[in-house]
Design a protein around this ligand. Structure first.
Ligand code: FAD
Length: 280
């Protein structure tokens, strides 16, 4: 037996990464269960447009993001890349935001990642849909980009499977089994699975799993608006999936990515829309 018996609940981008990482370190008595089909389980990872910005005030978070970028750049599924390294651009429309971008440039430089402060003209050169008259400048991180989350899940499933990890689709965990103050496995709708360690990678369903062991997980899922446009005249004829840097306009709570001749636009400025894990 290689390592303890581990059950991972959830095969989204987090559960698949955990299976890959621990199996790479020699733990191969690992079973990953998911209530959905694989690799597109229907969880958050199946819906995300995949923007990865590495800049963070926390060095640890930046290092995690950098590790993810480097790892996803090294993965493919039958030749299809798991990361599109188009760069990341944050723009400023106010002097205060421009000052903030200078501060962020300082952090990320200190954390060892290349970035450049751009003039308004340079921002428009990088992303021609940006309005020169509205912005004061921007911060470009050339190694940011787009994770292809479902492909990254599939690539990590394949790699972990080669090391002996088992992935069980359409297995819903109904309970976590316990004895003598510890876990002994999980009960799924397909039967019981014994385990020494049970890891919850259930994302927005985390509070439901936590309740199975008597824990109150302080996590509230929030509905998030993401829109895909129809063809945008300025993008018509674009044959590559994404060529422009991913774009953030933080003062308006907006982010953008291109996808062939359309745009994905995410927005956080609406009223908060909390939902409960049981309703999803
Ligand atoms: C519209 C949208 C846009 C987003 N945009 C971005 C973005 O641009 N950049 C970014 O970094 N992040 C983005 N996110 C967030 C990102 O997608 C999530 O943070 C990430 O996918 C979470 O991964 P996860 O593995 O934790 O969760 P999930 O992918 O949800 O995986 C959890 C898994 O657990 C399984 N599960 C749950 N309960 C059980 C059970 N009882 N039994 C068995 N299986 C169970 C589910 O089926 C699911 O597959 C976005 C999310 C959404 C929804």
């Amino acid at each position: 037996m290689a390592g303890p018996r581990v059950v991972i609940i959830g095969a989204g981008v987090v559960g698949a990464a955990l299976a890959d990482e621990i199996s790479a370190r020699g733990w191969t008595e690992v079973i990953v269960v998911d209530q959905g089909p694989l690799p597109a389980t229907g969880g958050s990872s199946s819906h995300a447009p995949g923007l990865v910005f590495q800049t963070n005030s926390s060095k640890t978070m930046t290092e995690l993001a950098r590790y993810t970028v480097e790892k996803f750049c090294s993965l493919d599924v039958d030749g299809k890349p798991c990361f599109l390294q188009v760069g990341g651009l944050e723009v400023a429309t106010t002097p205060e935001r421009l000052t903030e971008l200078h501060r962020r440039h300082g952090w990320i430089t200190a954390w060892g990642i290349e970035s450049r402060l751009l003039s308004a003209e340079e921002c428009v050169e990088k992303h021609p849909l940006v309005d020169r008259d509205k912005i004061l400048g921007g911060l470009l991180v050339p190694t940011d980009g787009l994770a292809k989350a479902v492909l990254a899940v599939e690539a990590q499933i394949r790699r972990a499977t080669e090391r002996g990890v088992r992935f069980l689709a359409r297995h819903e965990v109904l309970d976590v089994l316990k004895a003598d103050g510890g876990v002994t496995g999980v009960l799924t709708d397909q039967g019981e699975i014994a385990a020494d360690i049970v890891v919850c990678c259930a994302g927005i369903w985390g509070p439901k799993i936590a309740r199975m062991v008597g824990m109150n997980l302080p996590l509230t899922p929030l509905a998030h608006q993401l829109a895909w446009t129809g063809p945008v005249p300025a993008l018509v004829g674009q044959t590559e999936e994404a060529v422009r840097p991913i774009l953030r306009h933080q003062d308006a709570d907006l982010y953008y990515r291109d996808r062939f001749d359309t745009l994905g636009i995410g927005y956080y400025g609406h009223r908060p829309m909390p939902i409960t894990a049981d309703d999803i």
